[in-house]
Design a protein around this ligand. Sequence first.
Ligand SMILES: [Zn+2]
Length: 102
Amino acid sequence: MTLYETTLTEFKRKGDEEKVRWLEGLNKRITLSQKKRIQENDTKIMQELFTPKWVSWELMYSWATKGLQTKNCILCNKKDSLGMDFKGKFLCANCFIEIKHK
Ligand SMILES: [Zn+2]
């Protein structure tokens, strides 16, 4: 389970409906471009999001990256979610940029 799921489950168990609603409503509250910045590990965005005090960066990051598939890059062998499929193989964003500039 991700941190997001664990936290959500915990609040549900405690019956903390306000926090449950807040977490479940994130998709509506946060724009796609903001979500992308979270995925890119841009912690500065926290100041723009007006998140409640109990919301940590790790929690937001966990939410934004949930459902993102991580795959093994065929070149550097690292797991990444940002990148592209190339002839059925996965290339991470870093390797893709490197290849393009060769
Ligand atoms: Zn790579």
